[in-house]
Write a protein that binds this ligand. Structure first.
Ligand SMILES: [Mn+2]
Length: 330
């Protein structure tokens, strides 16, 4: 059943989850919009496990499967929507609340029983059954535990999906959420036959040419404060036009800015078509960038926030830097 001797983390509602799955014949699973490797890896890992124990399963991802995750085993079976309303059970993975699942919401809400499986604990919990664990680095860890508790064999395709979830959400075991249990589960998944390298290449080394070009613009224009604690940069509509990059090609730029040695705060401004500047703010403990973002009507988390400011660029940068300096003094 569990040849790798990874004890699943006990969770209060695991027995209820097992009972609900045992009783259900038709199960719909859904993940959040703009799905990442944990959303799809958890969706597919659990879905394949449920199929193996004889369930009729429909997998929903409102935004489909992005090209970089199409390698995940089973991804070709994922649907963007369903007209069916005959499910016995709906399981939602990795989604802080029901507003995050897009098209899948009416399908999920038509099921008599909803199960919420997630490691985000700041959202609005939902459903009659909740497998929530803020200490799990990825929803894929909770899915692993559930499959082990169900007695489902973790096959290589399931293991590959779950390992993708863990590698994505831990940034390859670099983020603070990484625990001994994370390594234990990842160890079991690799022992089963999942290989980290193709997943890492697909998730972390799969940027488009235009993404790299726009990153280059941002790095070249990067500036640093006198004390070396604040780094900032920007890209304009001209940069987007010249590189052929779209707005989502700037994902990861702020992480690159923040990786300059000694930096506490990184600011990345990108010009929208309307001349507004969208700003990504990143920080390291103990600096709270959400307080800076809030001053400009934005929000987010302590270490990663966003806001928008009107141009011109020089004014927007000056206002942000003043706000950051004020926050430093607190
Ligand atoms: Mn996740």
């Amino acid at each position: 059943m569990n040849p790798f001797l990874v004890a699943p983390t006990p969770r209060e509602q695991t027995p209820a989850a097992i009972a609900a799955i045992a009783e259900a014949r038709r199960i719909v699973l859904a993940c959040h919009v703009n799905p990442d490797g944990d959303a799809l890896g958890s969706l597919l890992g659990l879905g394949l496990g449920l199929i193996a124990i004889g369930k009729e399963v429909v997998l929903l991802s409102s935004d489909g499967v992005p090209a970089n995750l199409a390698f995940l085993p089973g991804s070709e079976t994922v649907q963007t929507d369903s007209d069916r309303r005959d499910f016995d059970l709906a399981i939602v993975v990795d989604s802080g609340d029901l507003t995050r699942i897009g098209n899948a919401r009416p399908v999920v809400e038509s099921a008599p029983v909803i199960m919420d499986v997630d490691h985000h604990v700041t959202g609005e919990p939902f459903g009659q059954i909740q497998l929530l664990d803020g200490n799990a680095a990825a929803t894929a860890e909770i899915v692993f535990d559930l499959l082990v508790s169900l007695g489902t064999e973790i096959t290589v395709p399931i293991a590959e999906n779950l390992l993708c979830g863990i590698l994505t959400d831990t940034g390859s075991f670099r983020f603070r959420n990484t625990t001994p249990q994370t390594f234990q589960i990842a160890s079991a998944l690799t022992a089963i036959g999942a290989s980290p390298n193709p997943i890492a290449e697909a998730v972390f080394e799969n940027r488009s040419f235009a993404s790299q070009k726009i990153l280059g613009r941002a790095l070249e224009r990067m500036q640093i404060s006198e004390d070396g604690r604040v780094v900032w940069s920007s890209v304009t509509q001209a940069d987007f036009a010249e590189t052929g990059a779209a707005d989502n090609d700037t994902d990861g730029v702020s992480t690159q800015l923040q990786s300059v040695r000694g930096t506490q705060v990184a600011l990345f401004l990108r010009e929208t078509k309307s001349g507004l500047f969208r700003v990504s703010l990143r920080s390291k403990e103990p600096f709270d960038v959400s307080a800076v973002a809030a001053q400009f009507g934005g929000g987010g988390h302590k270490l990663a926030s966003g806001c928008s400011l009107p141009g011109p660029l020089a004014d927007a940068e000056a206002k942000l830097l003043t706000a950051v300096n004020e926050q430093h003094k607190l």
